[in-house]
Ligand binder design. Structure first.
Ligand code: HEC
Ligand code: HEC
Ligand code: HEC
Ligand code: HEC
Ligand code: HEC
Length: 185
């Protein structure tokens, strides 16, 4: 009798470890909905920017990491648009003969910033935060597409409720919620 109990204990411990292992791997591999690709085609929006800054050149060819410029993505609600200092750290000395860089330098000297046009803008009644999504293991590209191939950023995230809810449905065991008040506080 005692022996059986022991055996049962060992088996249930093993079962627990397996479940734990599965949930841990699940945690590292969030599910990206397959409907995403279809949604993407519906939502391209790529406004012209005041300075012809290229992600293809900087994030693609020069391989500057996304989070070098979008510093807050892992730590706060917004990813953040880099301050002029970030650009000028290189452009005080690089490509200073180009008109676009001279324009930027002259704004910088006057203590002004480039007025970048927003590509993404959720309605105010929606709560979204980068931090939890980035920490859950999603790549920037899972929501924003291959930004490092874009000269002009196009909005690939449809930003509809269906888009958010679809992914939350497929990641419920990872803690994604369908509760209205999670997104509408
Ligand atoms: C050298 C700095 C720099 C790097 C590196 C960089 N970005 Fe950006 N990013 C910017 C600037 C400046 C803007 C605003 C101008 C624009 O939209 O092109 C921007 C805009 C964006 C936007 C649109 C923001 C909005 O208005 O909604 C997204 C999304 C984005 N970046 C994602 C990325 C991703 C993903 C990577 C890495 C693959 C990356 N960025 C790398 C500087 C950078
Ligand atoms: C789960 C999807 C998702 C992931 C992953 C994600 N984003 Fe976003 N991103 C969004 C949404 C949604 C918005 C619009 C937010 C708004 O309008 O309030 C946004 C807006 C932005 C913006 C403009 C506004 C801001 O927050 O500054 C930038 C820049 C940006 N993302 C960069 C990034 C970068 C860089 C990464 C990777 C480190 C990343 N995002 C990962 C969904 C995502
Ligand atoms: C790590 C260094 C580095 C950083 C940071 C950087 N750049 Fe650049 N940038 C370069 C290099 C290198 C080139 C390519 C010059 C060439 O074509 O030889 C370039 C080219 C450019 C050009 C094209 C100039 C032209 O007309 O040919 C623009 C515009 C530009 N950068 C804007 C920006 C902006 C805006 C930021 C900040 C968001 C920024 N850069 C941050 C290194 C950098
Ligand atoms: C690619 C999949 C994916 C997309 C797209 C997505 N989410 Fe999430 N979201 C998740 C996952 C997974 C979690 C749970 C993360 C955790 O708890 O670690 C989560 C958690 C959240 C949370 C709770 C955590 C927090 O930051 O307070 C909110 C709020 C949220 N998402 C809002 C949104 C909104 C709004 C959108 C659409 C604009 C959206 N999400 C799009 C996967 C996604
Ligand atoms: C994961 C995030 C998320 C959850 C959960 C969520 N919503 Fe939303 N909701 C959104 C987003 C994003 C929008 C903005 C969509 C747009 O502008 O198309 C939105 C828009 C709306 C709107 C405005 C629609 C319109 O046409 O203007 C209503 C009403 C709404 N949601 C109600 C709800 C209710 C009720 C629930 C619970 C059953 C819910 N939402 C759950 C993200 C969410």
């Amino acid at each position: 009798m005692k022996n059986r109990k022991k055996q049962f204990g060992a088996i249930s411990l093993l079962a627990c470890l397996i479940v734990l292992a599965i949930s841990l791997t699940g945690f590292q591999n969030p599910v990206i909905p397959s409907s995403k690709k279809a949604d993407i085609q519906l939502s391209q929006y790529a406004p012209e920017q005041p300075i012809a800054y290229s992600h293809k050149l900087h994030a693609g060819d020069l391989e500057i990491p996304c989070e070098f410029c979008h510093t807050y993505a892992r730590r706060s609600r917004t990813a953040g648009i880099p301050a002029m200092e970030q650009c000028m750290s290189c452009h005080k000395i690089m490509a200073t003969d180009r008109p676009a860089i001279q324009e930027m330098a002259s704004l910088y000297d006057q203590n002004q910033a480039v007025e970048w046009v927003k590509v993404h803008d959720l309605p105010d009644y929606v709560y979204f935060s980068h931090k939890r999504h980035v920490k859950a293991g999603f790549e920037c590209q899972d929501c924003h597409g291959p930004v490092e191939t874009m000269d002009v950023v196009a909005r690939e995230a449809p930003l509809t409720m269906g888009w958010c809810v679809d992914c939350h449905k497929q990641n419920r065991e990872q803690g994604a919620s369908l509760d209205c008040l999670v997104c509408h506080k």
